[in-house]
Write a protein that binds this ligand. Structure first.
Ligand code: APR
Ligand code: PHB
Length: 394
């Protein structure tokens, strides 16, 4: 088998890359370890920057996000029992974010890929990467007990944090990592969101909370929990009680509760691998970096990596220009570190840390007070929240 670009992983990064390359006439094969249903079963974030929505249009899959995504002009911060809006639209000269689940986005991309007849090998086992230091890389995998080999020009490692791509080059990678001393307990429930027009981020003495949504009939809520907490310890009733105690009384009174359809605990991590290019192998998305979810940058960062990588590959094939490939790692890392900084900052601002002490607590309160009362500080939050432009600082 031969293809131009072998893509490892059918998450949002791999699927979006595959679609953008296909639109430019570049053929690609995706190898995915899991089944398609398994990939769609993972509940992840759901806030898209405008540049991500634009990219979905470029990939030919923008219609459903346009029809069903919920546009937000503001976010809200709750602390000391009061809610404070941050009008991101007004503060950024008209930029917005769109609530649209990663599951839906992944489904749109999978359907478009299938409709175009593009090859995806699900349940591809023991994927290995070879000769990416040469002009003729190869990828091997096993399927139904048989070993297969794909010859290609490039390999895109879009296989997430636990994938094989970064593992293959681990001797050449510097890793930067911070693990936070708490997790997020998240639930999904088919109830109308308490705040359909703004995501609400809460800081309370009992810990962080987040009120989000997937649609006008499906809500997504989170509370900060200790790292060793167990989902089994959280009945639906306990979750709803805890959420109510972490927001302001008005919001608490309006939360519509119901049976949860998903409940899970996720750890929070900041992680960056450097570099992100190794000859003809590139890392994109969670394969190269992880942000804590406060600020909703993970999916958007994956999309911006893919924008840079697809542009570089298209230039290579169409115009024989290698500059995009050569500068991929440096350019995406500049953007990645800014999103890492923002996600770390927002995590630090909104959570209760076990070891911050009284002074840390008072400093956090002062920062929140400053943030909602200073146009300059609110603007800093807003411009990062809606996403920095792709060419920021260039
Ligand atoms: N071989 C083939 N596929 C693999 C392998 C492997 N060895 N290892 C992992 N994969 C697959 C996973 O099963 C998964 O479907 O790679 C895919 C990676 O997808 P994601 O983890 O969703 O990563 P990415 O596409 O970069 O999307 C980033 O996901 O975690 C969120 O916040 C993050 O929203 C962001 C998005
Ligand atoms: C979500 O809807 O899952 C969500 C929203 C905002 C975040 C993180 C997650 O910052």
């Amino acid at each position: 088998m031969r293809t131009q670009v072998a893509i490892i992983g059918a998450g949002p990064s791999g699927l979006l890359l595959g679609q953008l390359l296909h639109k430019a006439g570049i053929d690609n094969i995706i190898l995915e370890r899991q089944t398609g249903d398994y990939v769609l079963g993972r509940i992840r974030a759901g806030i898209l920057e405008q540049t991500t929505v634009d990219l979905l249009h470029e990939a030919g899959v923008g219609h459903r996000v346009d029809a069903e995504g919920i546009v937000h002009h503001a976010i809200e911060l709750v602390f000391e029992g009061k809610r404070h809006p941050i009008h991101v639209h007004d503060l950024t000269g008209g930029k917005v974010v769109t609530a649209y689940g990663q599951t839906e986005l992944t489904r749109d991309l999978m359907e478009a890929r299938e409709a175009a007849g593009l090859p995806t090998v699900y349940e591809a086992a023991n994927v290995t990467l070879h000769d990416f230091d040469s002009q003729s890389p190869r990828v091997r995998y096993e399927k139904d007990g048989q070993t297969h080999e794909i010859a290609c020009d490039f390999i895109a490692g879009c296989d997430g944090f636990h994938g094989v791509s970064r593992e293959t080059v681990k001797d050449k990678v510097t890793e930067y990592e911070k693990v936070y001393p708490f997790g997020w307990l998240g639930v999904l429930a088919d109830v109308p969101p308490v705040s359909p027009h703004a995501i609400v981020y809460g800081n309370s003495a009992r810990g962080f909370s987040l009120c989000s949504m997937r649609s006008l009939t499906r809500s997504r809520y989170y509370v900060q929990v200790p790292l060793d907490d167990k989902v089994e310890a959280w009945s639906d009733e306990r979750f709803w009680d805890e959420l109510r105690r972490r927001v302001d009384p008005d919001l608490a009174a309006r939360i519509v509760t119901g049976p949860t359809i998903e409940k899970s605990i996720a750890p929070l991590r900041s992680f960056v691998a450097e570099p992100l290019r190794f000859g003809r192998l590139f890392l994109a998305g969670d394969a190269g970096h992880i942000v804590p979810p406060t600020g909703a940058k993970g999916l958007n960062l994956a999309a911006s990596d893919v924008k840079f990588l697809s542009t570089a590959l298209i230039e290579f094939y169409k115009d024989k220009i290698e500059a995009g490939i050569d500068t991929y790692s440096d350019r995406v890392l500049k953007r990645i570190w800014k999103a890492e900084r923002f996600s770390w900052w927002m995590t630090s601002l909104m959570h209760r840390f076990p070891d911050s002490g009284e002074i840390g607590q008072r400093l956090q309160e002062a920062e929140l007070d400053y943030l909602v009362n200073s146009v300059a500080a609110s603007t800093t939050l807003a411009e990062n929240y809606v996403g920095l432009p792709f060419d920021f600082g260039e």
